[in-house]
Design a protein around this ligand. Structure first.
Ligand code: COA
Length: 390
């Protein structure tokens, strides 16, 4: 003969606080899985769930919503359905072992700084939402079902549900990280923002690509900017320099680095003597160096001697950013995505392709006026293509 084994589920962990039943989630006769939410209890600003210690059938429900309860009160009686269980036990949810993902839902540990019924908690768990990040709009800040639709980013996903992945930084990322931290904390940066009209330049670029052999290196925007920066560095030698102690070392050659996004992290190969190269040679240099960077085949000579750096995020998007100087250089140009904008030409608004420029410079050497002039010069060279090609 099979003896029915009963499990009493009692209020546990209330520690003398006024508490009431906020939710009864099951009814008599229902079969529940282990850890299924049976009822909810609210106490002060917190709420706790009462969960099934094991798979069972609900034999009795002894409380109703809004009943006040005290520590030890009998809430439900379950009927054990696991046949191998030898004896009748009287567990409480808090004494049952639970997997880490569910520990937070156990009565003793579930007292959290938000106000939500077990029903809402169950919904949140199903949807992978973190209730601590949701603003409740119900009485006393209680989280309602409609609050679960609040916009949220990936950070709101339940961290307890999925263990965090630990991904060590690559050696390159660590090295770059140390360098940018040092530069950012030791060099006073100012960033000057501007934009320039590259409508004609873009038309010229497209025409050049159309005319040339299909196998030839494609002209992207970057070679034009390298050419224009070389022109600006010739006109403003203090930007083609380094600070060594208290001495400004003005360089005789113009070597322009450009940031390349690789699987290992950021690399900055350098186009040597950019001022002496034609546009096609610059395009070839950029394509070759970028390919080497992505294949981790750069050699020391490819990355040394830079006097200025360009970081082009235009392929990704954004309107402006504050690039960190590639020390010991004194300035860096950030490019964001060129977009069509309505520009007033004196009598009408006309669509023009505008390229955002963000120039960060070392304020120990370069003052605001010089920074603004440099960018203005660069902008005018880029918008008046003929000057860039001189
Ligand atoms: N605005 C609009 N379009 C742009 C642009 C910009 N600022 N920059 C490039 N483009 C266009 C190009 O002209 C090209 O157009 P097309 O397909 O019509 O010919 C297209 O976007 C793709 O260009 P891309 O392949 O990115 O070449 P590029 O020469 O401009 O850039 C690299 C080459 C190596 C710099 C680039 O691939 C890269 O790695 N960028 C990331 C740099 C980075 O990580 N910076 C962060 C440093 S913290």
């Amino acid at each position: 003969m099979t003896m029915t084994q009963l499990i009493e589920v009692r209020a546990n962990g209330l520690s003398g606080t006024d508490a009431f039943v906020s939710q009864v989630s099951v009814s008599v006769g229902e079969t529940v899985e282990q850890f299924a939410v049976l009822a909810g209890i609210e106490l002060g600003k917190a709420a706790v769930e009462v969960t099934a210690p094991e798979a069972a059938r609900v034999a009795q429900v002894l409380v109703a919503v809004n009943d006040s309860v005290q520590e030890g009160d009998l809430l439900l009686v379950l009927e054990r359905i696991a046949s191998e269980a030898p004896t009748t036990r009287v567990p409480t949810p808090s004494t049952e072992p639970k997997p880490p993902a569910l520990q937070a839902a156990a009565p003793n540990s579930a007292i959290q700084d938000f106000h939500a019924s077990p029903w809402i908690r169950g919904l949140a768990r199903e949807r992978g939402l973190d209730l601590t990040r949701i603003v409740g709009t119900g009485p006393r800040g209680r989280i309602l079902e409609e609050d679960l639709a609040q916009p949220r980013g990936p950070a709101t996903a339940l961290t307890t549900a999925r263990p965090a992945e630990v991904r060590p930084l690559s050696l390159l990322q660590r090295a770059v990280g140390r360098t940018v931290t040092q530069t950012w904390t030791q060099v006073p940066h100012v960033t000057q923002f501007d934009e320039t009209d590259i409508t004609e330049l873009e038309a010229f670029r497209v025409a050049l690509n159309r005319e040339q052999d299909k196998n030839a290196i494609k002209f992207t925007l970057l070679p034009f900017v390298v050419k224009a920066v070389a022109s600006a560095l010739s006109a403003f030698p203090e930007f083609n320099a380094s600070l060594v102690g208290d001495d400004l070392v003005l360089k005789q050659s113009i070597h322009i680095g450009f940031a390349v996004d690789t699987a290992d992290g950021l690399r900055v190969p350098v186009v040597q003597h950019a001022d002496r190269l034609g546009l096609r040679q610059i395009a070839q240099e950029i394509a070759g160096l970028a390919e080497k960077a992505r294949a981790s085949k750069l050699v020391a000579a490819d990355v040394q001697g830079g006097s200025f750096t360009i970081s082009n995020l235009g392929g990704v998007g954004g309107t402006a950013f504050t690039p960190i100087i590639n020390a010991p250089e004194l300035s860096i140009l950030g490019l964001s995505k060129a977009t069509l904008k309505p520009v007033w030409n004196g009598s009408a608004f006309v669509p023009r392709l505008m390229l955002p420029l963000s120039l960060s410079y070392d304020h120990r050497v370069i003052n605001g006026v010089a920074g603004a002039r440099f960018v203005a010069h660069l902008a005018s060279v880029l918008s008046e293509l003929r000057r860039a090609l001189l």
